[in-house]
Design a protein around this ligand. Structure first.
Ligand SMILES: NC(=O)c1ccc[n+]([C@@H]2O[C@H](COP(=O)([O-])OP(=O)(O)OC[C@H]3O[C@@H](n4cnc5c(N)ncnc54)[C@H](OP(=O)(O)O)[C@@H]3O)[C@@H](O)[C@H]2O)c1
Length: 368
């Protein structure tokens, strides 16, 4: 009785006694990988037992490789410093792998891990559009995790792969979801201003980007135009029927460290007004009942000052997990236009992969 009471009171009893789920980070030395390492410091459900990267990093301690490359504002976590970096082969001592691998190698390595029985939560583009791989944003399509069953059956895998979307897609889709559900969505036009950390480490040469804007990011526009249709689609009988709207994207690299800004115009099916749209955005709290540790309390924050959002001021709201919206107004071509900002390394990558892993645990796809 006392134990039951304690559990009900705070949940602290169960957290203290719960065995943490072991996690390996693939690509742990990159921009996204190190952000995962930082986010999992003292995580209530997960514990990093392995870090892995290319053969040039393997065999050294995490601190030896990352001492001069650590690029995250918090200190390198103590737990990670002496971990020996391994190669990315499916012999790691963990149940789950969070993959932040370069796309040139992610396809085969992630499949090898899933085949060997690991749960893979990936940031890479390679498997996102596979018809049997969930492309998850838990606030939008948590039910798509059930594609895992189709995947395992079709491929004969003991493990599985789930993916998170492109860093520009995620923050925009979180805003499109309440618009689609409440007003119907017909067309989206988006122009992005994407941060330097979106290009990995060391990324764009400083001589190319200083005092400049580069109006091209390889393959980015295609991802921003196609991924939302799968994410906002419906899962039925083991397949996803894509959402029925069109997206046109123009993507630019700008000299900002973290935080992708996007100017978005939308055509809606129903008539509405600014107040109603803002109210729907601010009340969008689909994960409130699930208690996932990394889920933002406010997935969408609306900034009423006319010069917000700004990367410098808003990128870390809700620990970097919010889509920060502002400047909602009428559009002369479509219906409404607004600006949305998201932290590309957190909401757009590392935090998204961690949140997906939390969803997997909550839905019974992991032990513990
Ligand atoms: N940056 C973002 O905002 C962002 C957002 C969403 C998605 N993503 C995706 O997330 C992934 C990681 O991005 P990133 O920005 O962190 O890139 P990054 O900084 O270039 O890091 C790439 C990682 O992949 C490892 N790697 C490279 N070649 C390898 C090989 N042959 N075998 C094993 N490991 C290898 C690197 O290890 P070494 O250090 O040992 O070379 C490093 O740990 C990419 O697929 C990217 O498209 C990035």
């Amino acid at each position: 009785m006392l134990m039951k009471l304690l559990e009900n009171c705070t949940g602290a009893f169960s957290v203290v006694n719960m065995k943490k789920i072991s996690v390996g980070v693939l690509g742990a030395t990159g921009m996204v990988g190190q952000t995962i390492v930082a986010l999992l410091d003292n995580h209530p459900w997960f514990e990093v037992t392995e870090v892995a990267a290319s053969e040039k990093s393997a065999g050294k301690t995490y601190e030896e490789v990352m001492g001069t490359r650590w690029n995250t504002s918090s200190d390198m976590p103590e737990y990670a410093r002496n971990l020996k970096i391994k190669e990315c082969t499916p012999k790691l001592d963990c149940e789950v792998v969070l993959s932040a691998l370069d796309a040139s190698v992610a396809e085969t390595i992630e499949s090898d891990f899933a085949k060997a029985g690991y749960a893979v939560s990936s940031n890479a583009k390679n498997h996102r559009m596979d018809p049997d791989v969930p492309l998850l944003i838990p606030e939008i399509n948590a039910d798509h995790v059930d594609l895992i069953r189709t995947q395992q059956k079709a491929r004969g895998w003991k493990g599985f792969i789930v993916t998170d979307p492109n860093c520009s897609t995620i923050q925009m889709c979180i805003v499109l979801k309440p618009l689609m559900d409440n007003f119907g969505l017909e067309k989206v036009i988006v122009t992005t201003m994407q941060a330097l950390s979106g290009a990995g480490y060391p990324g764009v040469p400083s001589m190319d980007i200083a005092d400049n804007v580069i109006p091209f990011i390889n393959n980015e526009e295609d991802k921003v135009e196609t991924e939302p249709l799968k994410i906002l689609g419906k899962l039925s009988q083991g397949t996803i029927k894509n959402a029925d709207f069109a997206v046109s994207a123009q993507c630019n690299r700008v000299a900002v460290r973290h935080g992708h800004m996007e100017c978005v115009s939308v055509k809606l099916s129903k008539k509405t007004n600014e107040d109603e749209i803002i109210s729907r955005l601010e009340s969008f709290r689909p994960l409130a009942a699930m208690n996932l540790p990394s889920a933002p309390k406010r997935p969408i924050i609306y900034q009423r000052n006319q010069n917000r959002p700004q990367p410098k001021l808003d990128v870390n709201l809700e620990n970097g997990m919010a889509s920060v919206v502002g400047r909602l107004r009428k559009c002369n071509i479509l219906d409404y236009k607004f600006v949305v900002l998201g932290h590309n390394l957190v909401r757009g990558a590392a935090g998204a992969a961690v949140l997906n892993a939390e969803l997997l645990k909550a839905k019974g796809y992991l032990s513990g």
